[in-house]
Structure formats: structure tokens, C-alpha cells
Design a protein around this ligand. Structure first.
Ligand code: BDP
Length: 685
């Protein structure tokens, strides 16, 4: 097994064949493309069950609320909305059947996948009672795919989209991709990189996007495009892209009309503006709201939305990069059109192994906000390191903003339950590419899976998600053990890369290995030394009132907590405070000793995962076991490299002896500094 089948492999153990045994009775009561897709999936999946299990299930009826049989059962469908589902063992015409129902076909499709999840995680086929509705409307994968086939920060091969042969050739893989997304409730896909080429919006590429939209439609997935703000200049020959210039607005309206003619259910645009060199409204002294609203007006007649990113990264807040987004966006609260949703990274800087939640959550009550997570592990060991991101996603979603009293978690802000926004969403930067296993490793598939499940319901438990994924990806019998191995993996990465709230210490460009010593890059905030501020006396970024005062961007009650090292969680300590090396930690150790201990804990955890994986060898197929084992070996070596390089560097700065009993780094800091990795994956070209 090469991992192509993802969590949709539909076998109950490693050895079961998945070959058809019995033909279950499936009655979808509609021959729409969506219901045909649901029936195909059920048929494919049930072939992996035993004859006895299929018999226990009875016939499967997939029908929407309007069906007379469903109406007669008087089921509680009202609260399911237009995407929720209900799956139940019921009696129809005196026969026991498994009924999959919903208000819409989309709900019924999700219900079909929920039924399969139930069966392939070891659920009882005889008594089924499942019901769920998504808490968030837009559940989106952002592809950072370029038209030349490369993927920015992609570590799983070339782009899935073969732009050159589209729209003619419809690779069957596009359908498998859509199945995988639908199975976890993802209902939108941004096809191209936020660092967008204007060519995406030409007629030729619109036709290609339309072909993908057509393939995805039966799976409930809408297509979106990243729009380059200066496209009216590049494609339209206009002299400016000023959002308040009527010719510019007219160009975008015409462009939107053209897109909607080709893709009637087009989702809308995603925009990165005035960030990292991208054009935007500020080039014309207009605000982000001016830019977003102009585009919103263009897609509004067609029901489209604008996802406008708050990842701005310019020179507005030279004293602290972490403050920039809040500084620029907070004053715009209430100014965005109601079909604009502002897309905010989970943390204030950039997808680090750990960041405190972004201060914009809770700070813009009159603006719809959607969090953006990075599923591709740009800063967490890329394809090779095993880091299950469920706990990272959940940590942000569960974080209490305290913006509307305690309990105003990020999840409750973004799902609309506190601020009552109609438009809600979550985005994840995709980790899929053309590798056979889609994500560069089997365990990276779990991050795609967990993202989808948490987007559907941000309250889900990441451990339960890991078990679900492991049951379907490997076998129910080992799901618990696999999940146990996965759960501490992200914290291990935090520990061996950036413990105690440190951030952004990775190599310039490719972001793979450690380079905490880098200090010579042009802009101060490109340099790791800007983030850790270590010197002879101490380490950490003072974001309290005596420093950048970034804490003041949080709700007052939280800001007070974060202003005091004693009430700041140790995991975020050096994000908010600059402390002496001998600062006493709650553990009784000094900061220096604790820091070294964290690096060691991270390395030890990887060794532990490696041992656990050894124990699972008999229950996992050889191909996936071997690749994972080799990747864990790479991770073990590189965790030690991160630890050694970091400790060597810190001790060269603080001049302190290593805490008693510590293994000294393999080399001195100069050796680590001299290493070069010019062809590391993800090195910008
Ligand atoms: C950073 C990536 C860069 C992206 C940028 C973004 O290094 O490649 O373009 O984020 O989110 O994490 O726009």
C-alpha cells in the first residue's frame, strides 16, 4: 500500500483484501450527480465489509427530507440546516433499513460518509444513530499552487492541477481528491497561490478552473480563486488598480460576470494585499476595507464572497511584527461589506510550531473573521517530521479571547455564536500534491483529515479525531495505539525547535533547520535574533508595557495575565517576556536549565515514537510501515540537530555551563553555522 487510498481505503484490517464480497442494496431515490457519487462511495466502501456486516446493515436508503418515506418518519431534521445529516436504523415498509437523510442532497452526501466512518471505525452496523451539522459554513482548503505546477511551501510534489492539460484532460485523481475532501466536510477549494499570477483570471485559465469546478460540484465543493489586486493593470491595460476608481471597479465587475458565466457556483476571491510585496489598495492610499469592498461589490450579484487576508507584513509597526495585523485591521472593524470575511492566521506572526492565538480574534466584533491554519508543515519539519497538528488547531480554537467575558473562545467567535455573523469560515493551507500518498507521508494525511473534521466541528477532540483517522487509515484494532503515538508529536516539535514560547528560529528561505544566529538580513524582522533577543543576561521578546506592548492588543483581562511572567503559561513565556537566564520557573529550575530540559524532552519524545512504531510493525503493511520508520529515523537525527545547534548557540551567548548531566552538543556553534542546505525543499527559487 502506498497511501493513495488515504482514510478511504475501506478495509477493516491490514490483511483484508477490500475485494467485493456481497452487493449491498443501495437506494438513493435520485439520480443526480451528487446522489450517484454517494451511491458509488457506499458501494465501493461496503465491498470491504463482511457479508454478515452488510446483512446487519440491511438495505441503505439515501433520501432527502422531501421524500414521502422520510416525511412519514417525522425525524428531527429542522436543526440540521442545509449541510447536516441524520443516519438511523429505521423501519420502512416493515423492513429494517439504514436510512441516510438530510434536508439537502449535500447533507445526504455527508451522511453517507458519516455512515462509512461509523462502520470503519468499528461501529455497530445494527443500531445506528448519527446526526451532525457543521458549525462553520465555509470550510476551505487554500492551495498555494502556481500555474507552472510548483507549490509554494508544498512538500508533496508538484501541484495536483495539471494546468497545461486542463480543461480537456480530467485526471481521475481530481475526483479522488474531491471524495477525500467531501468525506471530511470540506466545501471550498482555492485553486491557486495567494501570491497570485494575474493569468489565473484570463479566459484560458477560467476555463481550466471551470473544469475542476465541474468535477468537484457533485462533492459539494465550490471553487475559489486567489486574485491579484493589480490584475486590472496587468490584464485590463488600466493605468491603476485604485479600488475607488470607477474603471477599476467596472473591470472587476466584468471579470466576475465572466467567471460566473463559466462557473455559476463560483465561491469568490481570496486576496493577499500589501503583504510581502503583493499589490493592494494601500498602494493608492486606500484601506483594506476599500479594496475588499470593491471586490465584494463585483461578486455580490452572484452570491460570491471575498476572503481578505489580514496577514499583512509591511513596515507599519517596526517595533514588533506581531502587532501589524491588529494595528491595520482593528480600526477597520465595521467597515467591511457583509460578503467579506477577513482571514486571520491562527497566530500573530506566521504558522510557528506554537503561537498564542491572534489578537484580532475577539477584537473585531463587527467583522466576520475566519482563522487560517497551515496544514502543510512549513515550520514543523515539512514532509518528514511526524507532527500531528490536531492539538495545534484545537489549541487556537479553544483559546479564550476573554473579549466578551470568559468563555469567548476563538471557536465561538468564528462560528458566529457570540458575534452572530452570518458568514463563518475556516481555511487551511493544503498539504496535498502529486505524491502517491498525497501529503508526503502517511501521517501528514492525518493533518488534512483533522483540519476538515475540526472545521466541521471546532469542538471535536483531537485525540478522538486521531483515533478515527488511524482506524480508517490502518485498522480499528490499532487506532488507540497509533493515536497515543500521535498526540504528543506536535509538542515534541515545539520542544526541539522552539520551546517555552520561542519562535522563528529557523533557517532563512527554506525554513527547515535551525539558524537562531542569523542577524544580517536586510529587514530586522527577517532575522531570528529579532525574535529571541538573547544576550548575556537573558532571552525572549518583551511584549509587555515595558517592551512593544503587544499584550495590549488582547482583551484587558487577558492582557493583565500576559503582562506578568508568573501568570503567563510557560509554553508562551518567551513570546511575551524577556527574562534572565536564571529566572525561576514553576518547576523550581532556572530558565536556562528548563530550556535545555525542553530540548531534551523533545528529542526523547521522538525516540519514544520510533519505539512505539516498532511495536506496531506486525499490524501495519510493509510499505507504509517502512517509509514511516525511515522518516522517524530522519526526525530523530534532525531533532538532535535542532537541539544541539540551539544549545550550542545559546551557550555561546550566555556563557553558562550546561546544566549538570546534560549531554554536550556534538559540535560547537560555528560548525552548525557553517552548514549549508542550498537545495532544501521549499527554498524559494
Ligand atoms: C509565509 C510563507 C510564504 C507565504 C506567506 C503567506 O513563508 O511563502 O507566502 O506565509 O501566508 O508563511 O502569504
Amino acid at each position: 500500500e502506498d497511501g493513495y487510498d488515504l482514510w478511504l481505503r475501506y478495509r477493516t484490517s491490514v490483511s483484508s483484501s477490500g475485494a467485493p464480497r456481497v452487493s449491498p442494496r443501495i437506494d438513493t431515490r435520485s439520480s443526480s450527480r451528487m446522489m450517484v457519487a454517494a451511491a458509488d462511495e457506499l458501494r465501493r466502501a461496503l465491498a470491504g465489509l463482511s457479508t454478515a456486516q452488510v446483512a446487519m446493515l440491511g438495505p441503505i436508503v439515501v433520501a432527502t427530507a422531501g421524500d414521502p418515506d422520510v416525511r412519514a418518519l417525522d425525524l428531527p431534521l429542522a436543526l440540521l440546516g442545509d449541510e447536516g445529516y441524520l443516519v438511523r436504523t429505521v423501519t420502512l415498509a416493515r423492513a429494517r433499513v439504514t436510512l441516510v437523510t438530510a434536508n439537502t442532497e449535500r447533507g445526504a452526501l455527508y451522511g453517507s460518509f458519516a455512515l462509512l466512518r461509523h462502520l470503519y471505525t468499528g461501529g455497530d452496523p445494527r443500531r445506528i444513530a448519527l446526526s451532525s451539522a457543521p458549525r462553520v459554513h465555509l470550510r476551505i482548503l487554500d492551495h498555494w499552487d502556481n500555474l507552472d505546477g510548483s507549490v509554494e511551501r508544498g512538500y508533496a510534489g508538484q501541484s495536483l492541477w495539471d494546468w497545461w492539460t486542463l480543461p480537456d484532460y480530467r485526471d481521475p485523481r481530481y475526483t479522488d481528491y474531491a471524495r477525500a475532501n467531501a468525506s471530511i466536510g470540506i466545501n471550498g477549494v482555492v485553486l491557486n497561490n495567494v501570491n497570485a499570477s494575474a493569468d489565473t483570471l484570463t479566459a484560458r485559465y477560467i476555463a481550466k478552473a471551470a473544469a475542476l469546478a465541474d468535477i468537484f460540484r457533485p462533492y459539494g465543493i465550490k471553487v475559489y480563486l486567489s486574485a491579484r489586486f493589480s490584475a486590472p493593470i496587468e490584464l485590463g491595460g488600466l493605468a491603476s488598480a485604485d479600488p475607488l476608481d470607477p474603471r477599476v471597479a467596472a473591470w472587476w465587475r466584468a471579470k466576475a460576470d465572466e467567471i460566473y458565466r463559466a462557473i455559476p457556483d463560483f465561491g469568490g476571491f481570496l486576496v493577499k494585499a500589501n503583504s510581502e510585496g503583493q499589490p493592494g489598495p494601500r498602494d493608492y492610499h486606500r484601506s483594506h476595507a476599500d479594496g475588499a469592498n470593491m471586490l465584494a461589490a463585483a461578486v455580490r450579484p452572484h452570491g460570491g464572497v471575498i476572503m481578505w487576508r489580514a496577514f499583512v507584513y509591511a513596515d507599519t509597526d517596526p517595533d514588533d511584527r506581531a502587532k501589524q495585523a491588529w494595528t491595520e485591521f482593528k480600526p477597520l472593524d465595521g467597515q467591511f461589506a457583509d460578503n467579506v470575511i477577513v482571514q486571520v492566521k491562527n497566530g500573530a506572526i506566521d504558522f510557528q510550531p506554537r503561537e498564542p492565538f491572534h489578537p484580532l480574534f475577539g477584537a473585531m466584533p463587527r467583522t466576520a473573521l475566519m482563522p487560517e491554519f497551515q496544514i502543510t508543515k512549513e515550520y514543523l519539519g515539512q514532509a518528514t517530521h511526524l507532527a500531528y497538528l490536531g492539538p495545534l488547531f484545537a489549541e487556537t480554537l479553544r483559546a479564550d479571547t476573554m473579549a466578551h467575558g470568559s468563555g469567548s473562545t476563538v471557536a465561538r467567535i468564528i462560528d458566529g455564536s457570540i458575534e452572530h455573523h452570518r458568514l463563518t469560515g475556516i481555511a487551511g493551507v493544503a498539504n496535498v500534491g502529486r505524491d502517491r500518498d498525497w501529503s508526503g507521508s502517511t501521517f501528514n494525511q492525518a493533518n488534512w483529515y483533522a483540519f476538515g473534521r475540526l472545521a466541521w466541528d471546532p469542538a471535536l477532540d483531537p485525540r478522538a479525531i486521531a483515533r478515527e483517522w488511524a482506524a480508517m487509515t490502518f485498522a480499528p484494532a490499532i487506532a488507540k495505539r497509533v493515536a497515543t503515538m500521535m498526540m504528543p508529536s506536535r509538542e515534541a516539535v515545539v520542544d526541539y525547535m522552539t520551546p517555552l514560547g520561542l519562535a522563528h528560529l529557523m533557517a532563512t528561505g527554506h525554513h527547515y533547520g535551525p539558524e537562531p544566529w542569523v542577524s544580517g538580513l536586510k529587514r530586522p524582522e527577517w532575522n531570528p535574533v529579532y525574535y529571541h533577543r538573547a544576550d548575556r543576561n537573558g532571552i525572549g521578546f518583551d511584549r509587555t508595557a515595558s517592551g512593544s506592548n503587544a499584550v495590549a492588543q488582547y482583551a484587558p483581562a487577558l492582557a493583565r495575565q500576559l503582562s506578568n511572567p508568573a501568570t503567563t503559561p510557560p509554553s508562551e513565556l518567551l513570546w511575551f517576556h524577556h527574562l534572565r537566564w536564571d529566572h525561576p520557573m514553576p518547576s523550581g529550575r532556572t530558565l536556562w536549565t528548563e530550556l535545555v530540559q525542553r530540548y531534551d524532552a523533545g528529542v526523547a519524545q521522538v525516540g519514544d515514537m520510533r519505539r512505539q512504531w516498532n511495536g506496531l510493525r506486525p499490524q501495519v503493511d510493509a510499505e507504509r510501515w517502512e517509509k514511516t520508520a525511515t522518516f522517524l529515523d530522519i526526525q530523530a537525527r534532525e531533532a538532535a540537530w535542532w537541539r544541539d545547534a540551539s544549545i550550542a548557540y545559546w551557550s555561546s551567548i550566555n556563557g553558562l555551563p550546561l546544566p549538570a548531566g546534560t549531554r554536550p552538543p556534538a559540535h560547537d556553534v560555528r560548525w552548525y553555522e557553517a552548514q549549508r542546505f542550498p537545495h532544501a525543499p521549499g527554498n524559494p527559487q
